[in-house]
Design a protein around this ligand. Sequence first.
Ligand SMILES: [Zn+2]
Ligand SMILES: [Zn+2]
Length: 213
Amino acid sequence: MTEAILCKICGKRRAKRACPAVQGDICTICCGTEREVSLSCPLECEYLQEAHRRERPIPISDKQLANQDVAVDEEFLRSREELVLFCIYSLVQAAIRTPGAIDADALTALEASIQTHRTLDSGLLYETRAENTVAAAIQRAFTASLAEYQKLRVEREALSPVRNSDVLKVLVFLHRLGQQNSNGRPRGRMYLDLLRHMTPEQRVEERAPSIII
Ligand SMILES: [Zn+2]
Ligand SMILES: [Zn+2]
């Protein structure tokens, strides 16, 4: 007779699922309470995927949405679809390649980029940088992608760069989407997971998360 394997986290209940975050078997209760709380769950975890599909984001009213002065409607998003998808893709890449990055960091990175583009709108070139190092790393990679996008437009397609005010609108849209799709868990990545599913199949090598229990 084989003995029941106990959960690697609580050591009391019977382990029912393989958890890539602890690299061991855990019980369903610990998975539910510790997921994205004390555990940095890889996005590939099937239980995390299932949870993100079921979970309701923390409700947020329209009034709580940031950048109220910037109007973004569907028509605009349709007309700038390519840029929107490019920004989503770049943000996900930047976040997934930054070890320890969570939704809150992606939002902080966006906030700094929004501020930079607002300043640019008033004719000044001054980059606002995110203070937290993880967010700053996301912002750096994201900004570089966007600059590359503009450069290719000009050099390869002989187009003018996308207007600053349009880039600002896309950033504001992405930020709102994040505000509306956060699950409130300390290490939550529901928003990044959503963005990942909005872009075509990607092969992003995710860095192994650190194990902190
Ligand atoms: Zn347990
Ligand atoms: Zn998991």
